[in-house]
Design a protein around this ligand. Structure first.
Ligand code: NAG
Ligand code: NAG
Ligand code: NAG
Ligand code: NAG
Ligand code: NAG
Ligand code: NAG
Ligand code: NAG
Ligand code: NAG
Length: 908
């Protein structure tokens, strides 16, 4: 085609082309000028004059002598025939305005009339029924604000070429004729601001071309017809100001192009369906002044609805927390949820928002806690009538209504009693406006007052002395503890036997009975096994010794750790030997034996793990058939997470005293041929410092906690490290769990905001690109990310205990589903103390997303089958590695007392 065109271009000289272009342009210009053909139809000329007089059109607009097609305002002609009449906003003649009538009989004679627009032109009277029979070519009928009364003629349903029917702002009464359902080309239907009654015709559900439906401010009743979800072209749906009732149909969520949904000021009841989250184009959502109840679905708002600008839930009966996604909407201009009974805390973090001048009204709810930086994006806010406490940040103070709260240094607040009892009902202590809580004055007789006074002074003096003594004691203790820390490992691991309790270590650290643990190899045997410790067999230089691959007697593949006690601490291997002397658990690397005959070099021998460790496994990419690289798949990753959690749960909760691993990282997680976890790197294991007085004092004095410096022997430190392992599994960020440097910290800080308990999609931004995550697994990935996040809580005390983490990993879908779908029943059963609450207790108080989740029982039943199967699939078939807990993974949400009982029994 281009070839032939090029040929022709060559053939025709350029000048000829230019000439022809110019000629063509002139021709079309003439045609356009000629297009205003004078009115050719005599019938239409007469009809126009009739209309001119019956409507009282001024000669200024329609000059009698001139040609209507070229000179009359608002007349459109096609080939000398009238196709459009527009008298919108015309003023009538003085005579015509004396007695304005809806007298448009002459319109019958315009057989090609496509558009009649008389908006803002008084036509008191009824729409003639013959419109529907005679104006058959009509495409647009615009009679807005025409003072029309009476009902809408059902014959209008015959105008099947109609694309726009605008009848708003009149005094139309009666019902909306169901015949209008035949207007199969209609784009705009506007009947708002009339007195129409009856229900919305169900025939409207066939108007598939409809983009705008305005029925606001009428007296319509009944419910929204089912099948409205079929109106997929709809961009604006305005039903406000009627008497509509019933539920908001979930099918409205199918209106994917909807920009504007206004259901306000009706009698809608029930809860807000979470299907509305599918309205990805929505800019305005108004459902205020209805009878909506229950709590908003947590997933109602997500980053998917990045277009939402106006959200109004004012004056309903809504309860529960504000969905966190609502705060994250980037385009928000107005958020009004006032006059409900929302409760919960404001989220903490500074959120990304393109608009920072938004307006917020959350007044008249039961919100509480401190005012947070989430309020920064609002230039005006009404926070009154809640239970907020604490100081008012400067950025709020200027432009906010704060009355009737529990805030400090603000006038017109609730009484201390009111606030205290509210906070008490939430299980919290009210800050009492920042003032110390004064004890109720005891009734004192004037006489005894004096002696009491002396008593107070005495108590004060004694108290002071006691305080000084206490501080002195604390200093001593700290000093002593600091001194003793160096020998802690040894004491911790050896001092208190974990289960058997036979092993002892001599003061020099040399093992005595430990030599009986495992087989005893000779140095010669090991030289042979590792080919003289050949470089080729070196696996790596570990921090507690060099690891060599080898083959011990009987052809058993093994790993030999060579420990140079002149370089690393002697205790390290005794700790490990001690550990193996007491612990034989399927989740730890199988210990084969040792060689202690050399003075300065000791050797420990373990069974070789075919899949080495997690860091290698993550690195390894197997090419699949279609040449794409396949990393460790999700099922394996979940299984590894569960296995590791089992090992740590054993250490933290089943050993007495609790043991801390202290080197939890990907390279410590060894994997057997079935990718079962066999935790290694056990030379740092020590007894948990636990709640010894030292850590209590450290906390008391707000000294930097040792766990933050990375050396502490407490379980929370293991949990933190495990959190990094989980994050590594989710993100595929290699080496994350192995390092503690600023870059790692930065990566964690940047990644955690993408882990949101209310927004599944967000996590896809951080998921390992090598991980092929289908929709089925995404929820599990999301759950693991959430667990990782709660493990990475900067406050050690807020990190969940390992046993809860294990339960959570065994039931990953419970995390996301329960938090998102928990019905009232579930919420009450998962009260404080259950594993779930244990996990999310830390989540809620974690630094920057302190939002209390809410509930709706509507979501995602369909996929819940998945939960049982993949959960066990991920960690099943693990013969030797399983603990008895596994079998109980179905008992999803144990009552707190059960958990504690079980644990007590296990410990006994
Ligand atoms: C206009 O139409 C009406 C009804 O169809 C008819 O009676 C009348 O004669 C027509 N007027 C002219 C001028 O033809
Ligand atoms: C409706 O429009 C189509 C084309 O748009 C036209 O062919 C048809 O005649 C019109 N119907 C009427 C009744 O004018
Ligand atoms: C127009 O509609 C009315 C009622 O909807 C019907 O009775 C009438 O037959 C229709 N007329 C034509 C010409 O289609
Ligand atoms: C609307 O019509 C009703 C009854 O037909 C009448 O009482 C009322 O005054 C009218 N309202 C307006 C604004 O014309
Ligand atoms: C909605 O559309 C579907 C398929 O297009 C159809 O089967 C169904 O009957 C429609 N519902 C209504 C109420 O029109
Ligand atoms: C709000 O909800 C709480 C329970 O969360 C209830 O005690 C209180 O009465 C409710 N307030 C209103 C005004 O409904
Ligand atoms: C927040 O915005 C900054 C820049 O405006 C961007 O770099 C960052 O990724 C955003 N964070 C989130 C969580 O969207
Ligand atoms: C508000 O902040 C204060 C001081 O930071 C804190 O003690 C209090 O617990 C916070 N209130 C809530 C409900 O979190």
């Amino acid at each position: 085609m281009f070839g032939s065109m090029g040929k022709r271009l060559v053939e025709i000289p350029l000048c000829c082309m230019l000439v022809s272009v110019v000629v063509f342009a002139q021709l079309t210009l003439q045609q356009q000028q000629q297009q205003v053909v004078p009115l050719s139809s005599g019938v239409e000329r007469v009809a126009l004059l009739q209309l001119r007089s019956s409507l009282g059109i001024r000669s200024k607009d329609w000059p009698r002598k001139a040609d209507p097609c070229s000179a009359w305002v608002g007349i459109t002609c096609t080939n000398g025939r009238v196709t459009g009449i527009n008298v919108s906003g015309f003023r009538r003649t003085r005579l015509g305005s004396l007695n304005p009538q809806f007298s448009v009989d002459a319109l019958r004679n315009f057989t090609l009339l496509a558009s009649f627009n008389a908006s803002n032109f008084a036509l008191p009277g009824q729409i003639p029924g013959w419109f529907g029979q005679q104006l058959v070519s009509l495409q647009v009928l615009d009679l807005r604000s025409c003072l029309i009364s009476g009902s809408i003629p059902s014959s209008l349903g015959n105008l099947t070429n109609l694309t726009g029917l605008f009848l708003s702002d009149n005094n139309l009464t009666g019902v909306i004729p169901s015949s209008l359902g035949k207007l199969l080309r209609v784009l705009n239907l506007d009947f708002s601001q009339n007195s129409l009654s009856g229900s919305i015709p169900s025939s409207f559900t066939s108007l598939k071309t409809l983009t705008f439906l305005g029925l606001s401010s009428n007296a319509l009743s009944g419910s929204i017809p089912t099948g409205f979800g079929n109106l997929t072209g709809l961009q604006q749906l305005n039903l406000s100001g009627n008497h509509l009732s019933g539920l908001i149909p979930p099918q409205l969520g199918d209106l994917g192009r909807l920009l504007d949904l206004d259901l306000s000021s009706n009698n809608f009841s029930g809860s807000v369906p979470s299907d509305l989250q599918k309205l990805r184009s929505l800019q305005k959502l108004l459902v205020n002044d209805n009878l909506l109840g229950g709590s908003l679905p947590d997933d109602l708002f997500s980053s998917g609805q990045s277009q939402l600008q106006v959200v109004v839930f004012r004056n309903n009966l809504l309860t529960g927390p504000i969905p966190s996604g609502l705060w994250l909407l980037p385009q928000l201009i107005l958020l009004d949820i006032s006059g409900n009974n929302f409760t919960g805390l404001l989220p903490g973090g500074i959120l990304n928002a393109t608009v920072t001048t938004a307006i917020l009204n959350i007044s008249g709810n039961s919100l509480y806690g401190n005012l947070t930086s989430s309020l920064r994006r609002f230039s005006h806010s009404d926070l009154s009538g809640n239970y907020f406490e604490g100081m008012v940040p400067a950025y709020v103070l200027a432009n906010a209504s704060l009355g009737k709260n529990c805030l400090q240094n603000v006038s017109n607040q609730r009484t201390a009693g009111e606030c205290a009892s509210f906070y008490a009902s939430k299980g919290l202590v009210f800050d009492n406006f920042g003032r110390p809580i004064t004890p109720p004055p005891a009734p004192l007789s004037p006489k005894s007052k004096k002696s009491k006074k002396w008593l107070y002074i005495l108590v004060g003096v004694l108290g002071g002395v006691a305080l000084i003594l206490l501080l002195a004691a604390i200093c001593c203790l700290l000093f002593i503890c600091g001194r003793r820390k160096g020998s802690l490992n040894q004491r911790a691991a050896g001092g208190e036997p974990a289960s058997t309790g036979g092993a002892t270590t001599s003061p020099s650290g040399a093992p005595t009975s430990l030599a009986r643990v495992g087989d005893s190899y000779t140095y010669q045997q090991l030289l042979q096994a590792t080919d003289q410790f050949s470089e080729l067999n070196l696996i790596k230089h570990g921090h507690s010794g060099d690891l060599f691959r080898g083959m011990v007697e009987g052809g058993v593949p093994a790993v030999v750790k060579k420990i140079d006690v002149t370089v690393v601490k002697r205790e390290l291997y005794t700790v490990e030997l001690d550990f193996f002397s007491k612990v034989s658990h399927g989740r730890f690397v199988p210990f084969l034996g040792h060689c202690l005959e050399n003075e300065n070099e000791k050797y420990l021998v373990y069974k070789y793990m075919p899949n080495e460790d997690l860091s290698t496994a993550m690195l390894k990419k197997t090419a699949t058939e279609d040449d794409s690289l396949l990393s460790l798949d999700w099922i394996k990753r979940l299984k590894i997470a569960v296995g590791t959690a089992e090992a740590l749960t054993y250490l933290h909760h089943e050993c007495s005293p609790p043991l801390v691993h202290r080197d939890v990282q990907a390279s410590s997680i060894l994997l057997d041929d079935k990718y079962e976890v066999r935790l290694g790197s056990l030379s740092d294991v020590s007894a948990q410092e636990g709640d010894t007085h030292q850590s209590r004092i450290t906390r008391l004095l707000r000294l930097p906690s040792a766990s933050e410096t990375g050396t502490s022997a407490n379980c929370a430190y293991d949990v933190y490290c495990f959190g990094k392992v989980l994050l590594e599994l989710v993100t595929g960020k290699l080496g994350l769990s192995a390092s503690n440097d600023a870059e790692t910290k930065e990566f964690i800080d940047q990644t955690l905001p993408y882990i949101n308990i209310y927004d599944k999609e967000l996590v896809t931004k951080i998921v390992d690109p090598l991980l092929i995550v289908d929709e089925d697994f995404l929820e599990e990935v999301w759950a693991m990310a959430i667990i990782a996040r709660s493990c990475l809580n900067p406050k050690p005390a807020r990190r969940p205990p390992m046993r809860y983490i294990l339960k959570a990993l065994e039931n990953p879908l419970k995390i996301v589903r329960e938090e998102n779908t928990g019905s009232g029943r579930l919420r009450t059963t998962s009260s404080r103390g259950s594993w779930n609450a244990g996990l999310f207790g830390s989540w809620r108080s974690s630094s920057d997303l302190a939002v209390v989740p809410g509930s709706s029982a509507t979501k995602a039943e369909g996929t819940s089958k998945q939960s049982g199967t993949t959960g066990s699939q991920g960690s099943g078939h693990n013969g030797n590695g399983s603990s008895s807990r596994r079998r109980h993974s179905k008992e999803i949400c144990p009552e707190p007392s059960d958990v504690q009982d079980v644990e007590r029994q296990e410990q006994d």
